[in-house]
Design a protein around this ligand. Structure first.
Ligand code: ATP
Ligand code: LTN
Length: 332
């Protein structure tokens, strides 16, 4: 690889990507491919921190891989692979776990949220989830990590773990920086605009899936919760409208002032319809490309096999050095 900065990011195959995943994370990944060396990963090992049906997990993992390609990740330019195919992630995770404090992990808000949501299965993987995430990033010594704003805390922890390792064993890891989009870093639920739009939301009307068809997308936007006023403008307290404006802005490229004047004097109904149409039109090429790719299983398999080989080769160099640093005996 040429001497460019390295980007790493991952997404869980816990279902079809939402518009939140797309706007907050995945759509920003493709444009980075020319300027940086990029490594992207479907994190199936993270997904099993909450119960998954094995048949669905396998299908969701393959779909997520194809969806990333449909969103413009080019396997000729970037390394795109499935986490469980590359053993260095789990190996490094163990070592990093021995350099992470119980107290640090206890403070993670995602752990608190998810252990409340899945109170019958607060397993140790859920607790050490951020350690595996740090291993994903540090196994490649990545410089930048594009994520939505909800992952900022995990990234800060990854930096702290790297720093502690460097203090104990000598400078080795780079401290990865978050790379967060200015607009759309947190897309909110359409039914409760104070909550983030999430794949695991039980109410399907809260969430736009990027494979939803046009009618479904428009119907969900028509039902979006707003407020009892009439004016379309971005203002504190107008969470629903602010969210719709953010979404509209990120798919059309228009800024908030342009959107306000476009809809001056018009009602919420017109605005919701316009947002629905703009989103559906924007996502149509992604849907078409996904359908094309999913039909070619042999090609997909070739891509993820080669991706895993490249990722293993890259990360193995780094993880071998870590083994030596912590005092493990060379195998050969
Ligand atoms: P789950 O609801 O199953 O926990 P999720 O929808 O949060 O999943 P992840 O796989 O955890 O999805 O996240 C993938 C990427 O999408 C991350 O970078 C995350 O920050 C980003 N992301 C997730 N939800 C949103 C959202 N509502 N707005 C912006 N970015 C988001
Ligand atoms: N925790 C992230 C997914 C994820 C990730 C990563 C993101 C796992 N490993 C490494 C960036 C870098 C999430 O839930 N969105």
């Amino acid at each position: 690889m040429e001497d460019k900065k390295l980007i790493f990011s991952g997404i869980q195959p816990t279902g079809t990507f939402t518009l939140g995943n797309y706007i907050g994370a995945v759509r920003n990944w493709a444009p980075l491919q020319d300027e940086y060396n990029c490594i992207y990963c479907v994190v199936d090992m993270h997904a099993i921190t909450v119960r998954q049906d094995p048949v669905k997990l396998r299908q969701n993992t393959l779909n997520s891989y194809a969806l990333l390609m449909a969103c413009g990740i080019d396997v000729e330019k970037s390394i795109l692979f499935i986490q469980s195919h590359v053993k260095t992630h789990a190996e490094l995770s163990w070592i990093l776990g021995c350099n992470t404090q119980f107290g640090e992990l206890s403070r993670m808000t995602q752990f608190k949220d998810k252990s409340q949501k899945h109170a019958d299965d607060v397993n140790s993987g859920l607790f050490t989830y951020p350690v595996l995430m740090a291993a994903d990033i540090l196994a490649y010594n990545a410089d930048l990590v594009p994520v939505g704003v909800d992952q900022k805390q995990h990234l800060e922890l990854a930096r702290n773990i790297a720093q502690r390792f460097n203090q104990r064993y000598g400078d080795f890891f780079k401290l990865p920086e978050p790379y967060i989009a200015e607009i759309g870093a947190k897309v909110m639920s359409l039914q409760d605009p104070t909550k983030k739009m999430s794949k695991s939301d039980e109410n399907p009307n809260s969430v736009i899936l990027i494979l939803d068809d046009k009618d479904t997308i428009i119907r969900k936007f028509k039902r979006a919760v707003t407020d009892s006023e009439t004016e379309i403008c971005y203002r504190d307290g107008k969470d629903g409208i602010n969210n719709l404006m953010t979404i509209y802005s990120s798919v059309t490229g228009k800024n908030f002032a342009e959107i306000e004047s476009e809809f001056a004097g018009k009602g919420y109904g017109d605005f919701k319809l316009a947002v629905g149409e703009a989103v559906a039109d924007h996502l149509e090429p992604v849907r078409n490309e996904f359908a094309r790719l999913s039909a070619d299983k042999a090609y997909l398999k070739k891509c993820y096999t080669e991706g895993a080989e490249k990722a293993l080769r890259y990360s193995q160099r780094i993880v071998s050095k870590v083994y030596r640093k912590v005092g493990f005996v060379d195998r050969t």
